[in-house]
Design a protein. Structure first.
Length: 295
């Protein structure tokens, strides 16, 4: 006894609904392929970045591509799944409405979190700073000890750890990006010969430039710019030098030390403000003695 099957409905379904589902699947695969292409382009952009080491670039590429591919894959699967369910004849209206309400509730409750994560993503993408950099954010300065998509962890000179949500970072100052400049202001007495002092400062800068211990930190020869200010008690001269990022403080300390020692040897006066405190003491006139009043 033969089995009589009516294949016409199956053929119709495959030629209509089946084809549309296949198109959705192919479109999803194409979307995922484009996502991978974008990820590879992102890798190339990070690879040619100017102020980043190979290890930093590798870490950033891994983090960014993981986030991008993961988020994109979730969106592709979600959209494709809803479209396939719709093609299968399921009523997706309640599902979309429920997802919309849930998304709205989560959005209101997690606005700050979403804002922090988006800001963290762009911080990584633009390489605004990395672990080990010295930055200033909202009046807080310190070294970047840890980074995440949600927050940045800064430790200041006193050892205090500051946790700053990435969404709160508005104006950022990075003191260790690419290169830096050491700026030394030197006050001298008005009686000093300016030309002589400038020549001495230039000599100190040249000695620093030729010092093998500090030469690797210096990107340009120290430059003496002359008289910067005429103050109440001193003339201010300035010497500057372009340094490697993060080395400006060490170079500044060494320059100040050499300037102080050389000025002492050359007898150059470095005036400093003095304060004189005058205290008035009130003396009470003693009352007259009784015997004086009776005379």
């Amino acid at each position: 006894m033969g089995l009589d099957l009516d294949l016409q409905p199956i053929i119709v379904w495959l030629s209509t609904t089946g084809v549309r589902i296949l198109i959705i699947i192919l479109a999803s695969l194409l979307g995922y392929y484009l996502l991978r292409v974008i990820s590879r382009q992102l890798e190339r952009l990070v690879a040619v970045e100017e102020y980043a080491t190979a290890n930093e670039r590798e870490q950033r590429v891994e983090t960014l591509t993981t986030i991008l591919r993961g988020t994109g894959l979730v969106l592709i699967v979600a959209v494709a799944g809803v479209m396939i369910l719709s093609e299968l004849g399921l009523n997706i209206g309640p599902l979309i409405a429920g997802a919309g309400i849930a998304g709205l509730a989560i959005g209101f409750g997690a606005q700050a979190l979403v804002k922090d994560i988006i800001s963290g993503f762009f911080i990584l993408l633009e390489n605004q700073f990395t672990i080990g950099d010295v930055i200033s954010v909202g009046g807080i300065s310190g070294g970047v000890e840890k980074m995440s998509l949600r927050a940045t962890f800064l430790r200041d000179l006193e050892g205090t750890l500051h946790v700053i949500p990435n969404g709160e970072i508005r104006i950022l100052s990075n003191k260790t990006k690419g290169w830096a400049r050491a700026v030394i202001n030197v006050g001298i007495a008005y009686k000093e010969d300016v030309a002589r002092v400038l020549a001495i400062l230039d000599k100190i800068g040249q000695e620093m430039w030729q010092d093998e211990g500090y030469r690797p930190f210096l990107l340009e020869e120290p430059a003496v710019s002359g008289v910067e200010e005429l103050g109440d008690s001193a003339m201010t001269l300035r010497i500057t030098v372009k340094t490697q990022a993060g080395k400006q403080w060490e170079v500044s300390r060494e320059l100040r030390k050499r300037i102080k020692e050389t000025f002492e040897e050359e007898g150059i006066e470095m005036p400093y403000p003095t304060q004189v405190h005058i205290t008035r003491v009130a003396f009470e006139t003693p009352p007259p003695r009784r015997d004086e009043g009776n005379e």
